[in-house]
Design a protein around this ligand. Structure first.
Ligand code: KIV
Ligand code: NA
Length: 267
């Protein structure tokens, strides 16, 4: 198996082949995503909301990220595994602490790269991390770790000045050496412009069709736990109802004596 590397991703951009990324938080799902030929499995800090039931990503710890990343790397043979640095593991005064935290994640979980939210404000941290030998993926636009600053999850950079700053941030991150950039929930036109200006690949979520790749939260696209489905999600399955129905059928058949049958029992 040819493992997906940074080079593979760059070649895809250069050949105009789309890059695919999905989030994964456990061994089983990682295995399925990997076998389906998806390029990157993102152990997103969205696991705080999806797996742990928090209302946002702020309470996720480095230990949480390592625990889930370990399971994901065990399930992935071909796909590249990228792990989010959680809130307060970076964007801190002591840059060497950022590098330590990124290094711990890579060493303990065997992920290939880390992802950080932010632009010019984190350029020094990004550089120091890359200098330590750890590839970094960027993330701009709706950066969920700043949800309290944004006052909710909403489309970013609709104003000219914010759009201009995003382009500058993207160029600064590319200059710092990131290998790819996630663009979340920004106007499609702006994502297209950034994608054209950068030589590294962009990966969009709610950022239109012109990014070099796309990412979705796996549970969202599978229709699991979907009380609220953002507009940018396409549901490729309705597993919520299928799973619930399976649980109900099991309950009913146990109660009415239909399960287990003789075939499912030992004589
Ligand atoms: O945590 C996450 O799932 C993410 C993606 C939505 C890009 O950062
Ligand atoms: Na994230």
């Amino acid at each position: 198996i040819n493992k997906v590397t940074i080079k593979t991703l760059q070649q895809k951009k250069d050949l105009k082949e789309k890059i695919t990324m999905l989030t994964g938080y456990d061994y089983q799902t990682a295995k399925l995503i990997d076998q389906a030929g998806i390029d990157i499995i993102l152990v997103g800090d969205s696991l705080g909301m999806v797996v742990l039931g928090y209302e946002n990503t702020l309470r996720v710890t480095i230990e949480d990220m390592i625990y889930h990343s370990k399971a994901v790397t065990r399930g992935s043979k071909r796909a590249m595994v990228v792990t989010d640095l959680p809130f307060m593991a970076y964007k801190i005064a002591d840059i060497s602490q950022t590098v330590q935290n990124a290094g711990r994640i890579i060493k303990e979980s065997r992920a290939t790269a880390v992802k950080m939210e932010g632009g010019q404000d984190i350029v020094e941290e990004v550089k120091a991390t890359i200098d330590a030998g750890i590839p970094v993926m960027g993330h701009l636009g709706l950066t969920p770790q700043s949800v309290n600053q944004f006052g909710g999850f909403k489309v970013q950079c609709k104003e000219e000045s914010a759009a201009k700053k995003l382009v500058e941030d993207a160029l600064a991150l590319e200059g710092a050496g990131i290998f790819a950039l996630v663009l979340e929930c920004i106007p499609a036109k702006l994502a297209k412009e950034v994608t054209e200006q950068l030589s590294i690949p962009t990966i969009g979520i709610g950022a239109g069709k012109d990014c070099d790749g796309q990412v979705l939260v796996t549970q969202d696209m599978l229709g699991i736990l979907s009380d609220f489905t953002p507009r940018f999600v396409r549901r490729y399955a309705d597993l919520d109802n299928q799973i619930k129905q399976a649980f109900k059928n099991y309950k009913e058949e146990v109660q009415n004596g239909n399960f287990p049958s003789l075939d499912e029992s030992f004589s």
